[in-house]
Design a protein around this ligand. Sequence first.
Ligand code: TEU
Length: 565
Amino acid sequence: MQNPWWHSAVVYQIYPRSFADADGDGMGDLRGIIEHLDHIAGLGVDVIWLSPVYPSPQDDNGYDISDYQDIEPVFGTLADFDELLAGVHARGMKLVMDLVVNHSSDEHPWFVESRSGKASPKRDWYWWRPAREGMEPGSPGAEPTNWGSAFGGSAWEYDAASGEYFLHLFSRKQPDLNWENPAVREAIYAMMNWWLDRGVDGFRMDVIDHISKDTTLPDGALRPGTPYGDGGPHYLNGPRNHEFLHEMHQRVFAGRDELLTVGEMPGVTVDEAVKYTDPAREEVDMVFQFDHVWADRGADPWVLYPLRLTNLKAIFGRWQAGLAEVGWNSLYWNNHDQPRVVSRFGDDSPRYRERSAKMLGAVLHLHRGTPYVYQGEELGMTNTPFASIADFRDIEALGHYAQAVEHEGRSPEDVLTVLRARSRDNARTPMQWNASPQAGFTSGTPWLAVNPNYPQINAESAVKDEESVYHFYRRLIELRHEEPAVVYGDFTMLLPHDERLYAFTRAHGDTTLLVIGNFSAETVRAEIDDAAAWETAELLLTNATPPQDLVLQPWQAVIYRAVRR
Ligand code: TEU
């Protein structure tokens, strides 16, 4: 079998409400994207992944969809969408849609009908259950299970009209669809085929490892200090998840060429990922897993831990080894759910911001897998100095603040410290296009404030400067397209116990690449075997003066190539 095209591809993610606002309402839109396609094409990426643009009450910024086959009016029209798709294709790129089908919006007609009463023909399209046996419906603790939802509170919402509860693993405006019902699956496959027939090139599938639940719905182990249990074991990688994705493959993907299908799978294990992405099983092309972005957190996501580089390397090493023979992984530092990586794992001070942003890019892009660039990452955009809770917009941040401050009595300052480091809003501040007011994002008032550092950090100045993070990313992407060892090389981790250096080789045929990234503000010598030989190898790329004796400057990255003759 030929290697699929997406093995050597790089994906660029757009979060539409924060990308570019063409009509001045403060919210990004499709015409804004159309105007900036050359910025993306200039990086040399192969695919654009568009976060949701469907009609939505925007409770979770579009991850709550009320119509799967139209465009949210704030973002534009289907005609705008077709023009965007044509513009993407004209530049030789592909467009992948976000597919959010673990849940819909509670304002989707399917749910409205389902909620209309126990006799509704769509009642069984969602997870409706009576109160816990022997308990008063609607009273505390009477929920059908003790599961907590991702955004705080119970995962069950009481519906007084019918005296039953519906399941929502995320917000109460995101009821979970019942994939056990074949009619639900047929409706979803029909919708997916409609988009593919329109010309889109694939899907990034939101929390697609949550779609199969243990239908007996057992309680989960109590989360310390909360009334809620962890339902994860009963809805992550559930009993029929592989079956459903194989069925989707048969009904939607089979016989279509050149698609890209990505399964976003929080909590997926390496072994499960191998199964999901084994081409012989016909499920999805690659997983988008979370282990490495959970490297600096514990069971409670709202407690900050410093990054231990050895921990990060162990996680990446395990995934590289586990998918070496069969399967494929996504490589990312950032997306719309993660704080900015240069502030998180790098150094966002003026002195080292650009250098550490490039180092992080080099280390990530030289792994095996498909790299993702999240809007603004190519500029080295940073976290934002949010002053107070009033500056946040995300349902997750606001929900956590209310829970921690109002219900648990924690100090607002402590909670804000964590939110400044962790909040998803860090990723969602407007794209910084230029040094004009509002960073050139909008002529109006942006829905979330622009990061005040836009006069220094913006696309216009980065594109002009050959030494910028933007051009370094462009070279990394070019390298992946030109050097098969980047795509197919075997991966060997070096110096696994080193807390400052991240080093590995990639070997393919006669070619071996050596990659070293200095994750510290110190000057460090890489004590690797054959150091002398590597000294004379070809230095393909670095972000500082070429080293002597493999002595790396603070935050330096090097990529060497040796070819055996
Ligand atoms: O995120 C999946 C997910 O697991 C999130 O709960 C994630 O862990 C959290 O945002 C981290 O703080 C997807 C989408 O990417 C996210 O934007 C949505 O909110 C979520 O699904 C529900 O659709």
